[in-house]
Design a protein around this ligand. Structure first.
Ligand code: ZN
Ligand code: ZN
Ligand code: ZN
Ligand code: ZN
Ligand code: ZN
Ligand code: ZN
Length: 377
């Protein structure tokens, strides 16, 4: 290999910016160069929490993808994957010393942001870190589409279906907070026949879909009964479902097949109940992680499947894509430095040098190696 070839490899990496931009598009258009703050509360974006800047015991804060690279490089970051309606906190009053390098002109706080224990690196009803050093049991983490927490498969209170990545999951706490969803569950929930029962030591093997504890009326009357409810009642799909008398078990999480949101009743009364529960976004197909991914794909300039990297990314789930793009950016700048050293010294890069570089990378790797156990909802 000649010196020229060495230099051209650096150039290739430099020209790769374009490819990187397309990769970000695949990642749902989360911008890796510009802080998302000026866009306000972003409908859905990749989000990070910094354990170095805002550790447990203090106030929770979340930062955008670009800030995770540019303002928190080398910090201990929690990857929160995507969250809805969030505005970047980087460098605001929640951060004592850190100033945002990308967009320092921020308000003190973002009052509409919602925070959870995820922002301190804790997940599920059991509030454990992921990966969990004290838990050797193999289990998948599944994100609830309402509270957006990630739950252990074994802590859902129901069996985890096959092809879980094709479904949306709503955890038991969120189902209980929005009881009208129970009325849909026996009609839309993933069929019991496809349910693969995961056995837990000492756990119950009961398939909740076979239990039939009847409740007379799952709908709690709202305090405000409005005029439109009376008007639209005859066409209310929810009422029709309730009339069938199938109420299901009403415990544990619920899994919903793709397209289920479009089956929800949109009459005035139903819409009002969903808004009161803060879950009006369930009527919005573009709120889904799938829609977010597709948006990224549509922004892509190249036809899908044309570029091998893009096709490879297409076949990964959202979590894997984020892992790769994050890892790729870290690796790329280090590889560039590494190659530039050779170029500066006029040395030839051998395949042994490259192997050594990747071995060093591997040993420094702090990313979750078992990310593929995480499934998007
Ligand atoms: Zn930001
Ligand atoms: Zn930080
Ligand atoms: Zn920042
Ligand atoms: Zn758990
Ligand atoms: Zn939930
Ligand atoms: Zn209705």
């Amino acid at each position: 290999m000649t010196e020229e070839q060495t230099v051209s490899l650096v150039d290739v990496l430099e020209e790769d910016e374009e490819l990187e931009e397309e990769a970000s598009a695949v990642l749902g258009g989360s911008d890796s160069d510009h802080c998302s703050y000026p866009q306000g509360y972003v409908k859905r974006q990749a989000l990070y929490a910094c354990n170095t800047c805002t550790p447990k015991g203090g106030e929770a804060a979340g930062v955008c993808l670009a800030c995770s690279y540019k303002c928190h490089e080398g910090h201990d970051l929690f990857e929160l994957y995507t969250k809805r309606n969030f505005r970047c906190d980087c460098g605001n009053k929640k951060f004592r010393d850190l100033q945002c390098k990308l967009y320092p002109e921020k308000d003190d706080s973002n009052s509409l942001n919602t925070y959870s224990h995820n922002f301190f690196g804790l997940y599920c009803t059991c509030s454990r870190p992921y990966p969990d050093p004290d838990d050797q049991e193999e289990d998948e983490m599944i994100q609830c589409v309402i509270c957006e927490d990630w739950l252990h498969g074994r802590h859902l209170g129901c069996p985890v279906p096959d092809c879980v990545e094709l479904q949306e999951m709503i955890c038991e706490a969120c189902m209980t907070r929005n009881p009208l969803l129970w009325a849909y569950a026996p009609h839309l929930d993933v069929p019991g026949a496809e349910v693969q029962v995961k056995e837990e030591a000492g756990g119950s093997k009961t398939n909740r879909l076979q239990k039939t504890e009847k409740a007379d009326d799952v709908i709690r009357p709202t305090c405000k009964r409005r005029r439109e409810e009376a008007e639209l009642e005859p066409s209310c799909k929810l009422k029709a479902l309730q009339a069938t008398g199938r109420t299901g078990d009403q415990s544990g999480a619920a899994f919903w097949p793709s397209g289920w949101r479009s089956k929800l009743c949109t009459c005035g009364a139903c819409k009002e109940r969903l808004s009161e529960g803060g879950v009006a976004f369930l009527l919005d197909e573009s709120d889904t992680v799938l829609a977010y991914e597709n948006k990224g794909k549509n922004q892509e300039m190249q036809p899908a499947g044309h570029d091998p990297l893009m096709s490879a990314l297409d076949n990964l789930n959202r979590v894997q894509q984020l892992e790769i793009i994050h890892g790729y950016n870290d690796m790329k700048s280090e590889l560039k430095d590494f190659l530039q050293r050779f170029a500066a010294e006029g040395k030839v890069v051998t395949s042994d040098d490259i192997r050594q570089f990747f071995e060093q990378q591997q040993s420094r790797k702090r990313r979750r190696v078992d990310a593929q156990q995480l499934y998007r909802p």
